[in-house]
Every structure is written in C-alpha cells, then in structure tokens.
Design a protein around this ligand. Structure first.
Ligand SMILES: *Cc1c(COP(=O)(O)O)cnc(C)c1O
Length: 422
C-alpha cells in the first residue's frame, strides 16, 4: 500500500496532512505510516506462515523502538547486528528467544550479553568467531546455539556497496571452506550447531540469486549431514528489493513468487525456515519531509536548496540511490517541469538528494517529500555540519506522535567536553 498520496491537492500520510506535521514538528522530519508498516509485515508474514517459517525483522533498516514494537506486536522476531540493537529489540518487547544475532565483527562483550540474554541463535561468520564464542560461552558455563553464515558466492545483481554474497565480500564463510568450519564448530565444547544461514545482499530485484544460493546451500547441507552435523534450521536472510523509482520499469519480484520458489527449492530438506526482511517492511512506509530554503538558478541547471541533506539521508550520496521527490502541494495537471538538482545546505558537492530531476517549479517555503525513506535513512543519519538529528514521526489514521524528538543544538554541542588543561 502507499499511505502517502495527494488528497484535495496536498499530500497526506494516511489521514494526516504533511503540511500539518511540517508546521507542528518542523523540517526536516521523517514521517512513517503505521498502516503501511503493518500491511508490509502482514503481507510478508502471511506468505511465510504458509511455509511454517519465522520472520525476524532486520532491525538495522529502521531501529526506532516504535517501529520494532509495531512489528513485534504482530509476531515478528528480530535480526540484530550489534549489542545496541539487542538492547533496542528487548526494549521494544521482542523476546530474546526470537532474536538472531548476525554480524561480521561481534566483540566478546557483545557475545556475552547476547548469551546472557538467551538469544535464539548466533549466526557466526568466521572461524575466529567460533573460537571467540566458544570461549565466552565456556566462561559463562553455557552452550551457544549457532548457525554458520555461508557465503555462497553468487552475484545478487545489486549495487556493489550492498552486495554481500560474493567471494570478495567480507561476509560469511566461503562455501568452499564451510565444511571445514562446521568441523571446527563441532569440536568446540560450548557450541551447538543448529543450522545454516545466508544473506546475499540488499535491494535484490530478481529471484535467481536466491535460487542459486539455496541450491548451493542444499548441496552443502547434505554434505554437512553426512559429516554428522545437525542442520535443523535454514535462515535465508533478507534483501528483498522495493520500488524506489515509480516511473521506471524496475520492479521487484512478488512475495508470493519468492515463497513459491523457496517452497520448491527447499522441498524435502527438513529444515525449519526463517527470513530476515528489513527494507521491504519499512522502506516505502516512510518519507523525509523537507522545506525549500531557496532556489538558485545556475548557468547549467537550477539548484533547489532544501533543509534536508546528506546527513539526514545519505543513500543518494552513498549508493547513487534514486528517491522519488514530490512537492507536498500537488502541482496542477500538465505543470511544466524543468531539470533540477535538489541539494542540501552541506558543504560537500556530494550533498544532493536528486540530480537532473524533472520537477515542477518550486519556490522558497514549499514543502517536499522524499519518498521511500523508511529504510536505511534515519538510522544512517549523522550530525555533520552540526546539524541536529531529524525527528521521526509515526502516523496512525488521524493521529500522529513524535517517536523521536528533534535533537536540540544544546544536546548536540553539549555532548562535547573541553579538557580542563586546554
Ligand atoms: C541487513 C541484513 C538483513 C536485512 O536486509 P534487507 O535488505 O534490509 O532486507 C538481513 N539479514 C542480515 C544478516 C543483514 O545484515
């Protein structure tokens, strides 16, 4: 569903006018739709339930407690990549037995806290981590239930910075070394192997890389079982792509087609399945609301300078990502467009939200909505140029609530300390 649309000439989030939020909360601000979050989760979880699979929301996509709580209330578990995310998931009410801990560089203190909390499973990504986890579990007198994240060496055909399942990526254990790693795990007194995991990248638009990876893992699973390992769980990761550019023909696969493929490829395998969607649950459930500061016609193009910048939304800069940008006040049908760069105030040429974009005329004071800003957006924000973190707002029907207030300049600057000897 798209919760952000024009009604009577102005864009709303569900039944709340974005103009009202801008007036009451200020800009820049992230605005999320609870109905969209729920609809996305339900569509995915219903399809997963038909495979008896569990869904662990990948918290890093949007880790606001209210967002995690919304999914938890619908039955989601959590996939976490740091002890900070562990604390968030627990604080939002996700039970530890529904939390899976992934990540390529967990520290001993993080593993300790996860074991003490009794998380469901730790997805181990290296031999060194097997040794580290065994030592930590031993100190605590516990046994850690683990899966090994295997790197199947497939091309997910996504942006280089968000592909994770190729040999040259840092993630997981090479499929060619996996058998050996499982042998190593089995020799550890404080580890119990329960399964296998994969996660091959993000914003994946085709089923083929998933199919290829599952086939490779299937072959490995038979070998591992013949070696005497128990592979009861298969964690298929996340990475499901969403539509960022609505006027293009780039379309992700349907959840139903993905699940049909998984059913086919895992038939008879005898593994309990789980998925870790992040972006697909939150990406299109949010917008970044900004205001035009000024318009600067240049020799080569027109620059529209807005008060949202790369510190709020780094995806265009980091991944050359496209975000649709629309004026909050609906332009008249057939409005003339011109080629525009929408840029922020930050002192970097890389600070832009859109380049060479056909936009209807914008003027100082106009509001814009940067769409698809629910995932990897607020969570990646920084305070570069001493710009406070933007607030987050959750809309539910006619009401909204600020789920993270705007950081004040006092909080931001007051965190620094000047040494007494300076
Ligand atoms: C980031 C991540 C996910 C979620 O990826 P999306 O592309 O947001 O679905 C799932 N699993 C692991 C291990 C991850 O690191």
């Amino acid at each position: 569903m798209d919760a952000f649309m024009y009604r009577d000439g102005a864009m709303v989030a569900e039944n709340v006018a974005l103009e009202r939020i801008a007036r009451e909360v200020g800009t820049p601000a992230f605005v999320y739709s609870l109905a969209a979050l729920r609809a996305n989760y339900r569509a995915f979880a219903t399809a997963a339930a038909a495979l008896n699979a569990e869904v662990h929301y990948a918290v890093k996509a949007n880790s606001n407690l209210a967002v995690i709580r919304a999914f938890g209330a619908l039955g989601a578990g959590a996939d976490i990549v740091s002890v900070g995310e562990l604390r968030r998931a627990l604080a939002a009410g996700i039970e530890a037995r529904n939390i899976v801990f992934s990540g390529v560089g967990k520290k001993p203190a993080e593993l300790r806290e996860a074991l003490q909390a009794n998380v469901r499973q730790i997805n181990v990504e290296s031999r060194a981590e097997l040794d580290m986890l065994d030592a930590v579990a031993g100190e605590l007198g516990r046994t850690a239930e683990i899966a090994i994240r295997v790197n199947p060496d497939v091309d997910a055909r996504t942006h280089a910075k968000i592909t994770t399942g190729r040999k040259e990526n840092k993630f997981g254990i090479d499929i060619d070394l996996a058998r050996d790693a499982y042998g190593h795990a089995a020799s550890k007194r404080h580890l119990r192997v329960v399964g296998i995991a994969m996660h091959i990248g993000s914003q994946i638009l085709s089923l083929e890389p998933y199919r290829d990876s599952i086939r490779k893992l299937r072959g490995l699973i038979s070998e591992l079982r013949s070696d005497g390992h128990r592979i009861d769980r298969l964690d298929l990761g996340g990475g499901y792509g969403i539509v960022y550019r609505r006027d293009s023909n780039e379309r992700p696969f349907a959840v139903a087609d993905y699940m049909a493929m998984v059913r086919q490829e895992t038939a008879g395998l005898g593994c309990a399945l789980s998925f870790e969607p992040g972006r697909a649950l939150v990406g299109n459930a949010g917008v970044l609301l900004g205001e035009v500061i000024l318009v600067k016609p240049g020799a080569a193009r027109t620059f529209v300078v807005v008060d949202a910048a790369m510190n709020d939304l780094i995806r265009p800069t980091l991944y050359e990502a496209w975000h649709d940008i629309v004026p909050v006040c609906e332009p008249p049908a057939g409005a003339i467009t011109s080629t525009t760069d929408i840029v922020g105030p930050i002192c970097e040429s890389g600070d832009y939200l859109a380049k060479d974009r056909a936009m209807s005329p914008l003027a100082a004071g106009d509001l814009i909505a940067v769409k698809s800003a629910g995932a990897y957006s607020a969570v990646m924000a920084s305070t570069y140029n001493t710009r406070p973190l933007a607030p987050e707002v959750l809309v539910d029907g006619e009401r909204y609530e600020v789920i993270r207030p705007r950081q004040s300049l006092d909080e931001l600057i007051g965190a620094d300390r000047i040494p007494a000897w300076l």
